[in-house]
Ligand binder design. Structure first.
Ligand code: UDP
Ligand code: MG
Length: 316
């Protein structure tokens, strides 16, 4: 019997855990040909998420949990789940009911047909916020211009990954692993399923504007050095175009009002100062990446899990 792992990153989702568990059990009951493990990865929640998950695990051994020692972020939580999953395929999905469990049987069908990656595309719900829609659209637009990897709009971390791809993820040394791009590059047989995103069942989105910006920057700078090239071209362009000031300067001297040129000098300094900062910033992002990479910090630390035992809580 093939085993399927479902990995759910969970950060302060106390209002969603029960309802998602019930919805998942419903799907599982329709798929008796597989065995399942449902792994909740608690990403340092400060609410009752963990105790609710523990309660689930005590009621039904299909549920498993991994408690991370602190909040490591969505992507690292998924990574922790994939690293420890034991299924022949892993399905990752959010814990807020935005990713409908009803899609799971279709995903498994496609996997059986031989696809390594079955990813999903969000078709926006009428109730999806205007800002979320717009930011997601621009996120993909910008990433596709700046990055070497082409990604489709609306693809989120709701996907099925074959064991082969999971092993690639387990072996990846990259600190800030950006799944969307990594998976796109890794799998050669990919299939997309469209689904309508539901509203978040309970609680607020953890992706604030700054978190989204950070993810966008990670996405761009993790898979491309194009921004570095952009900086070079921009710098070159402005340096060359500053030559255009010369005729103006000569004219000013000739006309005898050279001191009026102060304003243009000032503007030039400010402008090029800004440009240099911009370029430096881009270089800084990459250096920051090298810095975090060479530190070789662990991607996450597991504090507690019941993955390996049959009755009580195991301490790692
Ligand atoms: N999440 C997490 N760690 C974080 C932030 C989010 O594990 O630091 C989880 C969260 O509980 C949810 C999923 O990642 O299950 C997606 O987060 P959210 O729903 O806030 O993102 P959105 O759907 O708004 O993009
Ligand atoms: Mg969500």
């Amino acid at each position: 019997m093939k085993k399927v792992s479902i990995v759910i990153p969970t950060y302060n989702e106390e209002g969603n855990i029960k309802i998602l568990a019930e919805a998942l059990l419903l799907q599982v009951s329709k798929l008796p040909q597989y065995s399942f493990e449902i792994i909740y990865v608690d990403d340092g929640s400060s609410d009752h998420s963990l105790s609710l998950v523990k309660q689930l695990t005590s009621e039904n051994k299909i549920f498993r949990y991994i408690k991370l020692s602190r909040n490591y972020g969505h992507q690292n939580a998924i990574r922790a789940g994939i690293d420890r999953a034991t299924g022949q395929c892993v399905i990752t999905m959010d814990g807020d009911m935005q990713h409908p469990p009803a899609v799971i049987p279709d995903m498994l069908d496609k996997w059986e047909e031989g696809y390594d990656v079955v990813y999903t595309r969000r078709v926006d719900h009428v109730s999806t916020g205007f800002f979320k829609k717009l930011s997601s659209k621009w996120f993909y637009k910008i990433i596709n211009v700046l990055s070497e990897v082409k990604m489709e709009q609306g693809t989120a971390d709701f996907r099925l990954l074959d064991e082969k791809i999971c092993n690639m993820i387990r072996n990846a040394k990259e600190v800030e692993l950006f799944f969307r791009a990594f998976v796109k590059l890794a799998g050669n047989k990919q299939y997309a399923i469209d689904y309508v995103a539901d509203k978040r069942n309970d609680g607020k989105s953890k992706y604030t504007v700054s978190a989204m910006l950070k993810l966008a920057l990670t996405g761009i700078t993790s898979f491309s050095v194009k921004p570095l090239h952009l900086a070079t071209y921009l710098g070159l362009f402005f340096a060359c175009s500053s030559v255009l000031f010369f005729p103006y300067i000569f004219y000013s001297f000739y006309a005898g009002h050279a001191e009026r040129g102060w304003s243009s000098v000032l503007i030039t300094i400010v402008f090029f100062g800004g440009l240099q900062l911009f370029v430096l910033g881009i270089i800084g992002i990459y250096i920051g990446k090298i810095f975090t990479q060479v530190k070789q910090q662990p991607f996450y630390r597991i504090e507690e899990t019941n993955l390996y035992e049959t009755d009580d809580t195991a301490k790692l």
